[in-house]
Structure formats: C-alpha cells, structure tokens
Write a protein that binds this ligand. Sequence first.
Ligand SMILES: C[S@@+](CC[C@H](N)C(=O)[O-])C[C@H]1O[C@@H](n2cnc3c(N)ncnc32)[C@H](O)[C@@H]1O
Length: 305
Amino acid sequence: MERIFSSVWDGAKKGNDAVRLFHGRGHCFPGLEFVAVDWFSPLLLVSFFKEPDAVWLEKFVAGLSQFAQSDDIKNIVLQYRYLPGAPSESIQGVLDAEVDAVEDGLRFRLNVQKNQNTGFFLDMKNCRDILRVNADGKTVLNLFSYTCAFSVVAANSGAKLVVNMDMSKGALKTGKLNHSINDIDTRDVFFFAHDIFRSWGKIRKYGPYDYVVVDPPSFQRGSFDARKDYVKIVRKLPELLADNGQVIACLNSPELGFDFLRELFDDVGGFQELEVVATPESFPEVDVEKGLKTLLFKKIAHGAG
Ligand SMILES: C[S@@+](CC[C@H](N)C(=O)[O-])C[C@H]1O[C@@H](n2cnc3c(N)ncnc32)[C@H](O)[C@@H]1O
C-alpha cells in the first residue's frame, strides 16, 4: 500500500500530462495486481479490477487522505471496474463537469463516472508518438478507433487524411469532440460508425494509407475475437497500404503473445517487422508476453528486394 502512496506523491508532482502512476496489473507488485492509479491532473483515478479486501480498502481510503494536503491533487475518484457498469465514487473534491487527459499539449475528454474505460488509453502513448512524429502529409487509417486519440494526434501533426472506424457511435461522438476541443480542422478527418468486417469497400475507397493502426479488443462478444478475427484484418492490409506504408499492430490479450502477431504477418507475407513498440515504463510487466504487445510493420514496396 505504501508503494502506491509513494508513486502518487512522486507522480503527481511531475506535471499535467496524463500518466499511469501505479500499475499493479503487470504483476510486479505481489498482492496489488487488482489496483491501477492514473493521474489526469488534477484528478487521481484509482481503479480496482477485483474486489479489495474490506479491511485493506478501509486502510487505503484512510491513507489517501494524506493527499488532501497536496496542491496538485484536487480530486480523488475510486472506480470499481469489477462491478457491473463500473461505478465510481468521488472521495475528495467535486469533479469538474468536464475532465480531460492532457498529453503533449492535446486534450482528450474522459468519462470517469460510469464507463468501463475512461476514453483514453495511457498505455498507447508510444504508439501515438509514432504518428505525432511521422504523420505530417500522410494518410492514416485508424481501425477500432474508439475515441479517436490516434486521429487527434495524427491530424494535429498534419496528416493529409484520417479515416476512423469503430462500431461504437458513442465512442466516435467523443472522438469528434476530441478533435473540436483541440481546434483541429476535420475537413479531411472521417468518422465511420461501422462494423469493420462489413465495411472493407468504404475503407478501401479512402486509401491507400501510409499508416494503419490496428488496435482491437482482445475479445468482444459478437464483434471481435483476436484468435480468429485478427487474421482477417491482416489479410486486407496489403491492398489498403501504400508501398512502404506502415502498420501499428496492437494485441492486448494475456493468452496470445508476440509470436501470434508475427505469425499472422508472416503467413500473409510482404511485411517487414521494423520494431517492437515498447509499452511506456509506467506499465511494468513481469511477463511482457502477457501485457500489451505492439509491433510496427512495413509493407515491402512492390518490386523491392
Ligand atoms: C481497444 S479499443 C480501441 C482503442 C483505441 N485504439 C485507442 O487508442 O483509444 C477497441 C474498440 O474496438 C471497437 N470494435 C470492436 N469490434 C469492432 C468491429 N468489429 N468493428 C468496429 N469496431 C469494433 C470497440 O467499439 C472499441 O471501441
């Protein structure tokens, strides 16, 4: 427990950028696998993924009162992610009506009141950086776009065109809002609320793409099952990508490792692995095969090699 509190004191002083302060889920802190603490200045969000022991929770909440003295932490919210609807409880301060994550000067609207996920994935930072650095003048396809964080970063960096696709209308609505709160011109940013597997024609129409982001759920009933559906996406990539186009391929399933992803791309063929995109240091994992895995591939140019 003290380990969590010291991470919070250290982290909240670091500034306004959103960051994970404590990542128990990576199994580096025995007994604390069920806790995550995120810093969305001035909000400290504590997420529980399993019911905490009642005595532990009482002590923990009492311990959090030390942060009332902090100049930086205005709000503390506990979110019970293991309960239906992921209810949350504010234990310090009154939350502003609008809470944003800030990253590299961009804002991303959060919903910490009821959603399973807040709307912004901190562990994707290094993948967003690839677009932040390289998207200028490029075309980008953002599959499983959710609240369009990749799109905000790409468009802000000067992407020529961005296509976002996600079957959740609500997520895309937040995605549009995320562009408007950052004053991003969306004339060349598209938001399609479709099932990807039924929309290849539309996706193809706006291509070919210099960057494709593939960041699906590991399993979502009736919509996506990495084991059998990821390959369907990879098979479409060669015709969607421009020559030398790149794919940011993410896999967040504890049961499927890097080899699963590599084999999919090897079997389809015509790709070169450029790098393993590291997960941010704030997400330590005992076994990297079990955490988020991201590989960057390049489509080998026609006639090359
Ligand atoms: C892990 S989230 C994506 C996170 C996002 N890339 C980000 O960085 O914020 C997965 C998303 O996939 C979407 N999804 C799942 N199956 C889908 C399908 N068959 N077609 C379109 N979207 C799908 C869900 O609605 C959800 O928003």
